[in-house]
Design a protein around this ligand. Structure first.
Ligand code: MSP
Length: 518
């Protein structure tokens, strides 16, 4: 599988939306590996365009220096929060430039590009030409377009309209848009868009910060045309650079993880049509996994409102586990959610510090005290023991089903349900009471075995979301190769009789919320 995210604009600092998308993709990549599937995870930064040029000018630095500084903030954040990618797409990379230029040349040779003069309205904020269809009911260009100016210029166009009929038919026949409900939105947009070609150049007198047209040096490439190509350029398209992966081996089962704001028109229309023009067959077309947005009390996050959530600070304050867990746990993939620090603390404290923390502590601590740290499952089993095993199987099934559908929140709910069941079991069995009578030794060991085995299996299931915590949990369980197990190998009874476990170390220290006036 080739898994990619959107590449983030380098015209500011990474915010929680960027972090969410990268964590979502990182979790899915790790899950695919847990499934035993090879995966190549590509992410990166979108460094060209007018906004970058303008911000750099405001700061009195060159665009090169500016994007370098901002890119470093992104890479440092991914390192900090455990986003492990295989390929890094930075659009100023010369290997990317070469690929964009090759694609432009090929498309021109195939008669897919033409030059034409156009007189019309242009949105400076969105860096695109507007048509009458972009006007609101009163006939004005709404505030979403920012400053709108009238300009006349000659530009290069891509014959998008040659491909829209194919696209409508392709989308009708194939389920490449996830979640499903987004498809209707795309089909609607497509029917409004047909017959329009895409302006893919900007004259250098207006914008210099872009990839030069190989056959018309007065122009640079429109930022979206350049950016979308990252998905192929950084996995070796055209075989232009030996340092990149082999394209044919990497471009399969492609999933682009993107936010809902960039499905229409960029990914859902332009990108599919570009790929079609480049000769990609239907079965090579990517799937779009379209996620929702994190808002703040129902409102969009924005610099102007001053409500932007900084993931770097959150990781420092609450820890990487709490941040990653929250980003996966409190949003259903595809839907929007409200970012709420109190819920971040509550979910961490309840589900990890209390529920899972308690389970680990009980399993390991009592094993040390009552069975010298040696696990043993004695037969015959009682109904309650079988109940724990059944709960595990149910959780595993739900986990797999949910993760296969990119539904991480439900997968985490499934793990948590099993943990809760284990704690109920412990409270019902009361091994600490049982242990007072030496005759119960075998029963005590069996109960503790069930708790420890559950910790081992939960550690593996949690590993895509909380890789560091999983390592710490696995170290205490001390079973060689536990985290190398594949999902299909997760069956009851991983821990052999006689296995010695380690002493418990707290993995999820409770977050003590600081009062706002403290
Ligand atoms: N550079 C383009 C993408 C080009 S892909 C060929 C871009 N960049 S962005 O920095 O504005 O956004 C990057 C990703 O972050 C997008 O998928 C976008 O949807 C996502 N998010 C931005 N804000 C978000 C939230 N508040 N919540 C969730 N994701 C959001 O678009």
């Amino acid at each position: 599988m080739l898994l990619t995210t959107a590449i983030d604009y380098t015209n500011g600092s990474p915010h929680i939306g960027h972090a969410y998308e990268k964590v979502l993709a990182d979790v899915m990549a790790r899950y695919q590996r847990l499934r035993g599937n090879p995966v190549y995870f590509l992410t990166g930064v979108d460094q060209h365009g007018q906004k970058v040029e303008q911000t750099a000018a405001k700061e009195g630095v060159s665009p090169e220096a500016y994007v370098e500084k901002v890119t470093a903030r992104f890479t440092a954040l991914w390192e900090k929060i455990g986003v492990h990618y295989d390929g890094w797409a930075a659009t100023t990379d010369p290997r990317h430039k070469a690929c964009v230029q090759k694609i432009l040349t090929d498309l021109k040779d195939q008669g897919q590009l033409y030059k034409k003069a156009y007189n019309g309205f242009y949105s400076v904020r969105q860096e695109q030409f507007l048509t009458d269809r972009d006007r609101d009911a009163e006939g004005n260009f709404g505030p979403e377009w920012g400053e709108v100016v009238e300009i006349q210029e000659e530009n290069w166009y891509f014959k998008l309209s040659d491909h829209t009929a194919w696209l409508a038919d392709f989308l009708e026949k194939n389920d490449v848009i996830l979640p499903q409900f987004r498809k209707a939105e795309l089909m609607n947009a497509l029917s409004r868009n047909s017959g329009i070609d895409l302006c893919i150049s900007r004259p250098k007198e207006r914008l210099r910060w872009g990839i030069e047209f190989p056959f018309d040096p007065d122009y640079v490439t429109y930022v979206w045309f350049d950016a979308l190509i990252n998905y192929v350029s950084f996995v070796g398209y055209g075989g232009l650079d030996a340092s990149l992966p082999d394209f044919d081996a990497t471009w399969n089962d492609v999933v682009h993880v993107i936010g809902k704001d960039i499905m229409v028109p960029a990914h859902g229309i332009y990108w599919y049509c570009m790929l079609h023009a480049m000769g990609f067959r239907d079965e090579q077309m990517p799937t779009l996994l379209v996620h929702g947005w994190w808002n703040i009390r129902g409102e969009k996050m924005s610099k102007t409102l001053g409500n932007v959530v900084n993931p770097d600070q959150l990781a420092d304050t609450f820890g990487v586990d709490a941040l990653r867990y929250y980003l996966c746990r409190d949003i259903y993939t595809g839907k929007d959610s409200d970012f709420d620090v109190e819920r971040l603390v509550m979910l961490f404290n309840t589900e990890l510090a209390n529920n899972l923390g308690n389970l680990c502590n009980r399993a390991l601590n009592m094993s040390q005290r009552f069975t010298e740290g040696i696990l043993h499952c004695h037969l015959p089993l009682e109904e309650e023991d079988l109940g724990v095993q059944h709960s595990l199987v149910e959780s595993l099934n739900l986990y797999r089903e949910s993760m296969d559908q990119y539904d991480i929140a439900r997968a985490l709910e499934a793990i948590n349900r099993h943990v809760v069941n284990c704690n109920v079991y412990a409270e019902r069995m009361k091994p600490w009471e049982m242990n007072k009578n030496p005759e119960n030794k075998a029963r005590v060991a069996t109960v503790l075995y069930h708790l420890a085995e559950s910790v081992a299996l939960c550690a593996v299931m949690l590993s895509p979301v909380l890789p560091d915590a999983a390592v710490k949990l696995a170290a205490q369980i001390d079973l060689p190769g536990l985290l190398d197990k594949k999902l299909d190998e997760l069956v009851w009874g991983l821990l052999p009789n006689g296995h010695a476990i380690e002493k418990p170390q707290p993995v999820f220290p409770r977050i003590v919320p600081v009062a706002p006036d403290a």
